[in-house]
Design a protein around this ligand. Structure first.
Ligand SMILES: Cc1cc2nc3c(=O)[nH]c(=O)nc-3n(C[C@H](O)[C@H](O)[C@H](O)COP(=O)(O)O)c2cc1C
Length: 324
């Protein structure tokens, strides 16, 4: 399937793996790219620019296909060394960068000068238009369903994607709630040029995370995510667990007076404990509603091949059959 996104990124299938903290390591990025999608290394999971340079080199040892690096700009106590990370990306010969959080205007000129394609992930049409205006090549439009940070507008993809299609000139990926061939065909019907998946790629053989996390996703239904940090305007969709329920109880009790320090125990330093040690109740970790659609742990190639085969069947048999 050729779309504007496959051509832009020089990939075989219009499927991207979004950046995921402590999940998007070289093993997963390379597996997705080797399967014909676009894998992504999560920049800030690497503690220093030198570590990121090393991770990019490791990925290049595992694939000769294009892959991306995610650069996330989120509120954080200590500002990461963004210029250093950008330098590591450019010197590493990376061809695509996924930016997220606030708009990437501060790093865009350096990336563009190096010939790097930039896809900005955003949760509203106005932010997508801003990304287009500053010169991003594409956007990933993340609906309310998504795992991670859905923003504060709460617009699901059935509305957000056609709205993006109506307004944007640059190509966009549908992101949030995407799991299978039905997601891909629906996304394309709504004007997207492919899809970006997070949670679905966590439940793959190559995802370099503890088996407990993969099992938790398999066990979860679409009812099992919660929105946390809404009062701080830093909303995150996470899988529920006792720590998340404790955090929500604090949010309820403290109301608008809540501060980040009040919930630090449930959110700080959680990712290595969950993803590496499989300590599932140690705090809040991102997970999409799409967990309700995930019931196996295929290889990335098995997953992507299945999606493309079934997408062909939906288009050529089911949809074309409706017209026959
Ligand atoms: C465990 C996890 C960690 C994530 N970490 C990041 C991150 O560090 N930066 C980022 O831009 N997006 C992050 N995301 C969001 C994903 O890249 C993607 O946009 C999102 O998962 C799409 O929704 P889905 O999970 O329904 O597929 C994360 C998502 C998950 C599930």
């Amino acid at each position: 399937m050729q779309t504007k996104i496959t051509k832009l990124f020089n990939i075989e299938h219009p499927i991207m793996q979004g950046g995921m903290h402590y999940v998007g390591l070289a093993e997963l990025a390379a597996a997705v790219s080797n399967a014909g999608g676009l894998g992504t290394i999560t920049g800030l999971t690497q503690r220093t620019p030198a570590d990121l340079a090393n991770e990019i080199a490791r990925c290049k040892d595992m694939t000769d296909k294009p892959f991306a690096v995610n650069l996330t700009f989120l509120p954080s106590l200590k500002q990461p060394d963004y210029p250093g990370y950008v330098k590591a990306i450019i010197e590493g010969g990376v061809t695509v960068v996924e930016t997220a959080g606030r708009n990437p205007v501060s790093v865009l000129p350096y990336l563009k000068d190096a010939g790097i394609k930039v896809i900005h992930k955003c949760t509203s049409v106005r932010h997508a238009l801003k990304a287009q205006a500053i010169g991003c090549d594409a956007v990933s439009v993340d609906g309310f369903e998504c795992g991670g940070h859905p923003g504060e507008d709460d617009i699901p993809n059935m509305i957000l994607l056609p709205r993006a299609a109506d307004e944007l000139e640059i190509p966009f990926l549908a992101s949030g709630g995407m799991a299978d061939a039905r997601s891909l065909v629906a996304a394309i019907a709504m004007g997207a040029e492919g899809m970006n998946m997070g949670t679905r790629f966590m439940a793959t053989k190559e995802a370099p995370i503890h088996d407990n996390v993969k099992q938790a996703i398999l066990n979860a239904t679409e009812l099992d995510t919660r929105l946390i940090m809404r009062p701080l305007r830093n909303t995150e969709r996470v899988l529920t667990n006792p720590a998340v329920e404790r955090l929500l109880a604090k949010e309820k009790a403290l109301g608008k007076d809540i501060k980040f320090e009040d919930i630090i125990e449930e959110v700080a330093g959680v990712y290595p404990k969950v993803m590496q040690n499989g300590d599932m109740d140690s705090g809040a970790w991102s997970c999409g509603m799409v967990a309700g659609l995930i019931d196996d742990i295929p290889t990335c190639k098995g997953l992507i091949d299945r999606i493309m085969k079934e997408a062909n069947e939906i288009i050529q048999e089911r949809l074309a059959g409706l017209l026959a």
